[in-house]
Design a protein around this ligand. Structure first.
Ligand code: HEC
Length: 222
């Protein structure tokens, strides 16, 4: 090999070493980057401390599930406080149903306003089975043409069934359901369930002599 060729190979050797050096460096760091915005995302990481949109507080006036309403009645009345977290204090069984009957008082009286509100809820949620007047003849039970409806379990008349029941027990049954009647705690809020107790007792004629209340219900008769 002459010196010319030697030099040539030496040059190639040095060049290869240099390339190896460059490659070695780039394995440790990416070197210069053409479009840094794309290599390093500017998006905020969800839980990063510096993320102004990360773990943000709920919007002002957000009401969490089971939160008590702010009116004074709700903050004071044990019955209402329990009924907003009902399933924590009373389970779906007969012992707790009886206990609710003893421990919980209906925070509402069957006044005109209470019955008027309850009627709105009742006609939407209950009348389809129990019937508008609580006779167990809702449209799911008996069709308008008189034939048997889709629902086979005939609800009892309130006048019979509610006679021996305490308000808390009735509340319990509306909350959790009873046999073929489903639970209503998800679609009727707690204070409306108490108002329903007033209303269905009124339908069953079990509220005693509450003069204004009776007139209120009469005025809704068709
Ligand atoms: C899908 C039909 C259906 C709907 C809707 C329904 N019920 Fe009932 N309800 C029944 C049946 C059936 C029974 C009888 C259950 C049993 O004792 O076997 C019953 C029983 C009851 C009882 C007696 C519970 C007990 O412990 O003896 C009450 C009180 C009652 N319903 C209230 C309501 C109220 C208030 C609503 C509306 C929020 C409502 N129901 C919605 C079908 C229904």
């Amino acid at each position: 090999m002459d010196s010319q060729t030697k030099k040539f190979y030496l040059k190639i050797g040095v060049a290869l070493l240099f390339i190896a050096f460059l490659l070695y460096k780039s394995a440790k760091s990416p070197g210069s980057i053409y479009a840094p915005d794309m290599a390093y995302s500017r998006a905020y990481e969800t839980y990063a401390d510096n993320n102004p949109r990360g773990t943000i507080m709920p919007v002002a006036n957000t009401v969490s599930r089971n939160a008590l309403p702010s009116e004074e009645l709700y903050q004071k009345e044990n019955s209402v406080i329990y009924s907003y977290n009902y399933s924590r204090f009373y389970k779906f069984n007969d012992t707790d149903k009886a206990r609710a009957g003893v421990e919980l008082k209906n925070p509402y009286q069957p006044t005109e306003a209470v019955l008027a509100r309850a009627k709105v809820v009742y006609d939407k949620q209950c009348a389809i089975c129990h019937g508008e007047k609580g006779m167990g003849d809702g449209k799911l039970i008996i069709r308008e043409d008189g034939s048997d409806g889709a629902y086979k379990a005939v609800p009892p008349q309130y006048s019979d069934r509610l006679k021996g029941m305490k308000d808390g027990e009735i509340f319990h049954s509306i909350t959790y359901g009873k046999n073929l009647m489903g639970p209503h705690r998800a679609h009727v809020k707690a204070d409306d369930r108490w108002k329903l107790v007033c209303y269905i007792k009124e339908l069953g004629g079990l509220n005693g002599a509450v003069a204004t209340a009776t007139t209120a219900v009469d005025s809704t008769k068709k």
